[in-house]
Design a protein around this ligand. Sequence first.
Ligand SMILES: Nc1ncnc2c1ncn2[C@@H]1O[C@H](COP(=O)(O)OP(=O)(O)OP(=O)(O)O)[C@@H](O)[C@H]1O
Ligand SMILES: [Mg+2]
Length: 268
Amino acid sequence: MPSTAGLLAARTPVIKRRLAMAPLTSQTPAATARPPVFYVRSLTKVYGMGAAEVHALAGVDLDLYAGELAVLLGPSGSGKTTLLNNLGGLDVPTAGELRYHDFDLTGAQEAELTRYRRDAVGFVFQFYNLIPSLTALENVALITEIARDPMPPEEALQMVNLGARLDHFPAQLSGGEQQRVAIARSLVNNPSFILADEPTGNLDTRTSEEIMRLFRSLQDRGITIVVVTHERDIAEWCGRTIMLRDGKLVGEDRHPQKVFAHESSNRA
Ligand SMILES: Nc1ncnc2c1ncn2[C@@H]1O[C@H](COP(=O)(O)OP(=O)(O)OP(=O)(O)O)[C@@H](O)[C@H]1O
Ligand SMILES: [Mg+2]
């Protein structure tokens, strides 16, 4: 059986091809050597009307770059999930600009958003959202039925080191293993990026670290990953922390990623 590293390496050309989708055009302000994957300006999301109006996003400006492992950090209600859902095409903004490469998510039709979610995005959630009556393999295989260019579900499960648990039902797996099945499910459509909403929110410290290590191995293979959390410890494993409060970006920190015991100390 090929090693996990071998499988990841084998997928890299596909991932690279996806990342090489049409770059932003010259309309991009302040053209840099590295155009962003996501271009977000004055992004606003208002829920409700009148007295019940909630400004979940109140003018967010953000660039996200290919290959980043970035964290959205902020207290409850600060707009983290709203921003993530807008990036992933699960929700649409009220106003502002939001582009993925040259795809304008603000003006997109529902069918285009569906295609975008199906082909480009991998979602991971806090409570795994696995179907209890399906095995690990079947939970992942379900996605391959709608994906355009899926990998074999066994391969996705091997990438998260669960090749030996294919026939286990969710109830027969630990929390960390269930989350890894969910990550395999997010990977099986060969996404360009993964959006993870509190992926470690339900896990103990050691298991959270395992999940972050897994995200890091995926980042090393060129997948862009955005992780939402309100735990500062989680942010340490990532290279960029973006802080949200009351629907606004209130700070940003780029820092060397904390090194796992097995890693060399020369990570950027
Ligand atoms: N569908 C909705 N309808 C009305 N208000 C909403 C809706 N979704 C979110 N909100 C409100 O928007 C604000 C931001 O919510 P959001 O879920 O993005 O916060 P969060 O930072 O993810 O919080 P948490 O850490 O608790 O998950 C909150 O005040 C929330 O009540
Ligand atoms: Mg949330």
